[in-house]
Write a protein that binds this ligand. Structure first.
Ligand SMILES: Nc1ncnc2c1ncn2[C@@H]1O[C@H](COP(=O)(O)OP(=O)(O)O)[C@@H](O)[C@H]1O
Ligand SMILES: [Mg+2]
Length: 344
């Protein structure tokens, strides 16, 4: 079986660990005095947000005092959360002892002696209060957050539960632009202060080792492959997948590699960019030096306007600046991809 995987959102067999980022979040959440209770993973498509969220959730779930619920941003989140909590066998007794009657909401727990709770917000409040008293910690994992009605309503309620000192935690993933829109909602400014972790490139040495191991190629060849994928997780999988499938060296699969990236991610990324974002990317692709001054000249933008788009692209993770005053495209083959889209 091919050890590389092209499916999004699923933990691959050959996971390359990102210990530093993972542990930072794990430690903050699990410490005696949590440094933060909400945090966000941002990065372009294919940068490994969902996989990292799953890793962190699985790690946290190992502790029986933690209750982790994955919620879908396209559904009524408060309702799903309450339903999931009330359906858990290990919590049943806690809610029963606290005489929380959820029968009206259709969530099973029926107590003749108590009037049923008719409001979901109240129900959750009572449940979270009880769970907190019992020393439980309750985490919500929200993949692909967007600024829609469900998420806004949920986040604003979540803020209230936090203020009440309930043991609630939330780990979110999202594209930078969606997270940005969400935190700019007037009522959700607490999200502004929540730490945001931009997905970092996979470690080159570990990528090289994985290729050597999975494909049996030399260290030299494996490290050339690592240079090509530039630490971008989806590209790491695609290149490995194609080499394995074709039983061939990476040099023979480069066309297919680029076609895959284009079709599965870059087309989508490109279509979501604004015209000005594209101008800057194309200017950067054309520039020899990558110097900010040169790029803004090619883009024909004032330095004020240019810096707005540069900052946005940096935050989205499409561009990086490792050398002062210089820019670089982050994704492998994105320069060629952008050059093919130059219209004159
Ligand atoms: N740490 C990792 N090591 C190796 N491959 C990874 C890693 N994280 C993600 N991938 C791969 O990258 C691709 C995209 O991952 P995913 O988490 O779905 O990205 P995102 O949610 O940011 O779009 C998947 O094919 C996955 O197998
Ligand atoms: Mg994802």
């Amino acid at each position: 079986m091919n050890p590389f995987s092209l499916s999004f959102g699923k933990e691959p067999m050959n996971l390359i660990s990102r210990e530093k980022q993972k542990n930072e979040i794990l430690e903050a959440f699990t410490s005696e005095n949590p440094e933060f209770q909400v945090c966000m993973l941002t990065g372009v498509r294919g940068s490994g947000k969902t996989v990292m969220m799953t890793e962190i959730s699985s790690e946290i779930k190992k502790d029986k005092n933690w209750i982790v619920t994955e919620l879908n941003p396209e559904r009524d989140m408060l309702k799903t959360w309450a339903a999931e909590l009330s359906n858990r066998k290990d919590l049943f007794q806690i809610f029963k002892d606290a005489k929380i009657n959820l029968s009206f909401l259709g969530f099973g727990i029926e107590l003749d002696s108590e009037p049923p709770i008719t409001d979901i917000v109240v129900a959750l409040d009572r449940m979270l209060d009880q769970l907190t008293r019992k020393g439980k910690k309750i985490m919500v994992a929200l993949d692909e957050a967007v600024s829609n009605q469900y998420v806004r309503e949920f986040a604003s309620q979540f803020q209230i539960y936090m203020r009440k000192n309930y043991n609630v935690f939330m780990l979110m993933t999202g594209l930078y632009e969606n997270i940005y829109e969400l935190q700019n909602e007037k009522t959700l400014t607490f999200l502004y202060r929540a730490p945001k972790f931009a997905m970092e490139p996979l470690n080159y040495k570990l990528v090289t080792k994985q290729y050597q191991k999975a494909l049996g190629v030399s260290e030299e060849e494996a490290s050339q492959m690592a240079e090509i994928v530039k630490g971008y997780p989806y590209a790491f999988q695609v290149l490995g997948y194609l080499c394995y499938k074709n039983k061939s060296s990476y040099e023979n699969v480069m066309d297919e590699f680029e076609a895959y990236l284009g079709e599965y991610v870059y087309d989508k990324i490109w279509s979501e960019m604004s015209d000005n974002d594209r101008e800057v990317i194309i200017a950067l692709a054309k520039s020899e030096s990558g110097r900010t001054g040169d790029v803004s000249k090619i883009a024909d933008m004032s330095s004020g306007k240019f810096s707005v788009y540069r900052d946005r692209l940096l935050k989205k993770g499409l561009v990086k600046s490792e050398k002062y005053g210089h820019l670089e495209l982050t994704l492998p083959g994105f320069r060629e991809y952008a050059m093919e889209r130059v219209v004159d």
